[in-house]
Write a protein of this length. Structure first.
Length: 585
């Protein structure tokens, strides 16, 4: 968070500005010489200074004396040497008054602390908002290191990290734990714990939680083995995991932010716990948003609100399809050609899912939703409809139900009803011209309502009932024709590239409102531009859903989290999962 700097005066008419995070260090400081946080770096400027640390930064400008003043005072501030400071800047002198003003400015930006003592002093001084409180909590902490047997390399790495932090620990044998899992928990009935595991060349550290929660998390993560067998990780790899587990637990005990929250990683989904996933070769470790199937603690049971925009929804898709700990295969373009149709596919045991859309991001979301629906399909339950928010899921369900109920209803409209639509013309030309696919397109109005079904069939003989290449239900003939032609072009293009498609997604306008949320459309972006077309579709979506409900009688209900572990995790990430049944035409 960026805030204006606190008011005050600096030497030689200097001015200050900067940003600060966390609470002001002044809330915890004694009125004695403070210590500069150990991680603070300083860059002298021509007429000022720039100081930056883990918890804040500030730029001081306006006086050529500032760099010289800093050279005089930096060492006593870093070492908390009051005697040396008195020698260099005696109390009551102008230099000491300038120093006092400078220190107050650093205090306001959380760059100085009262120096804690002990083996973990530098770490605590660099990270804690209230170092004295954190140091006291760590000094009082007692950690139990539980494993299936003593003496393993992971147990030793955890124990060594706790000792290096100056924290007391003891070992406990827990035969229920697998040999490759170590559980760190507060001794004496404490409720904070962390689990760390390593199997071959892959390891993980859970988010802090209750002992029962992290045990369930560890068991679930053990079900995600490396895609390829790997030899045991080197000593540095095991040490990384042991140190990371100790750090996460000690941060929880000492009231420090969890390490996963540091760094503003855009891949992490705000509001969900994160695990550390590490690989030995090549050596890497990063945090990933993750929820296991067992949800005990309150933070594990929390559910995100639906995504507010397409980019937010795709960030959640990325977390749910992580190649190391995801619950579904990730939709991606892979080696597929992206012209004339952006394509995304994902491989399932049920067959490859293919989605084509006006943009690749739209195709990725569509492929993910369809893959989730296929995984949720069960006999006697009916098809699930998955969407990034309730309106998206309902729009997809209504279009599916309408296409099935009105597959051959009504008279075919003349081509003039749709051919002047720029998107319909574009995708029809891509299908029949660029891809050279023999096809014909039929558009029908549904029961005199403002809803239209477009179907693209293979072949050009109007008397022959060729195979359906693509279909769509939308609020205007042109929109329906455009999406039907787009879906047919996706099928034709993927076939030309040799992709065996098990499930072709219908391209449709249900995502339009999500795709245009917070998006600014230029004045010239009419329906001929993708952004303009999506904005146009979004305006009609609510009315179209009302019409399709009336036509199909579709009644939907939100799936219960207990329906399956996948439903629970989809809903935890803000996705909607609907089941419905129609009541006939």
């Amino acid at each position: 968070m960026t805030t204006p700097s606190a008011p005050g005066t600096l030497p030689a008419n200097a001015r200050a500005g900067g940003d600060t995070t966390g609470e002001a260090a002044g809330d915890t400081m004694e009125p004695t010489l403070p210590r500069l946080r150990p991680d603070v770096a300083v860059t002298p400027l021509q007429a000022g200074l720039h100081l930056r640390g883990r918890r804040g930064s500030v730029t001081l400008e306006g006086s050529t004396a500032l760099p010289a003043l800093w050279r005089l005072l930096e060492e006593p501030l870093r070492t908390d040497d009051a005697a040396e400071l008195d020698r260099r800047a005696a109390p009551g002198t102008p230099v000491r008054k300038a120093l006092d003003t400078l220190v107050e400015r650093l205090r306001a930006h959380d760059l100085v602390v009262s120096a804690p003592t002990g083996r973990a002093a530098d770490w605590v001084a660099a990270t804690a908002g209230r170092p004295a409180d954190t140091a006291a909590a760590l000094a009082a902490a007692r950690v139990e290191v539980a494993s299936g047997a003593p003496g393993g390399p992971l147990t030793e790495a955890v124990s060594r990290a706790l000792s290096d932090a100056g924290v007391a620990w003891s070992h406990a044998v827990d035969p229920a734990l697998p040999e490759d899992v170590v559980l760190l928990r507060e001794a004496g009935g404490g409720r904070r714990a962390v689990a760390v595991g390593v199997r071959g060349g892959r390891g993980y550290v859970t988010a802090p939680g209750s002992p029962e929660q992290v045990s369930l998390d560890a068991a679930a993560l053990a079900a995600h083995p490396p895609s390829e067998p790997a030899e045991a990780g080197p000593a540095a790899f095991v040490a990384l995991l042991g140190g990371s587990a100790a750090q996460r637990l000690l941060c929880a005990v000492g009231g420090l932010p969890d390490p996963a929250s540091e760094g503003d990683d855009p891949r992490l989904v705000p509001g969900l716990p994160a695990i550390l996933v590490a690989d030995a070769r090549p050596l890497r470790a990063d945090y990933r948003s993750w929820l296991g199937p067992g949800l005990i603690d309150a933070d594990r049971r929390a559910r995100l609100e639906p995504a507010r925009a397409l980019a937010e929804a795709l960030g959640r898709v990325t977390a749910l399809t992580d190649e190391r700990v995801g619950v579904l295969p990730g939709p991606a373009p892979g080696a597929l050609r992206q012209s004339p149709v952006p394509l995304a596919s994902c491989e399932l045991p049920e067959g490859a899912v293919l989605a084509g859309a006006a943009r690749l991001d739209l195709a990725r979301l569509e492929a993910f939703c369809r893959a989730a629906e296929l995984r949720l399909a069960r006999p006697g339950v009916g098809r699930a409809s998955v969407g990034a928010d309730p309106a998206h899921a309902l729009g997809r369900a209504l279009r599916e139900a309408t296409a099935e109920a009105f597959s051959a209803a009504g008279a075919v409209l003349p081509e003039a009803h749709w051919r002047e639509h720029p998107q319909a013309d574009h995708w029809w030309t891509a299908l029949t011209g660029r891809l050279g696919t023999p096809a014909r397109l039929e558009v029908r109005r549904l029961a005199d309502e403002e809803a239209y079904l477009a179907v693209v069939r293979g072949g050009t003989d109007p008397t022959a009932r060729g195979p359906v290449l693509g279909d769509a239900v939308e609020a205007t003939p042109g929109d329906a024709a455009a999406f039907a032609a787009l879906s047919a072009a996706a099928a034709a293009d993927s076939a030309a590239q040799g992709l065996a498609v098990g499930h072709l997604c219908r391209s449709n306008g249900a995502v339009a409102a999500l795709a245009t949320a917070n998006a600014r459309t230029a004045p010239w972006e009419d329906r001929g531009w993708t952004n303009g077309w999506l904005a146009d579709l979004a305006l009609r979506e609510a009315a179209l859903q009302t019409v399709l409900r009336r036509l199909t009688g579709l009644r939907v209900r939100e799936s219960d989290d207990a329906a399956s572990p996948l439903v629970a995790r989809l809903r935890a990430f803000g996705f909607s999962v609907l089941h419905g049944r129609g009541e006939g035409r």
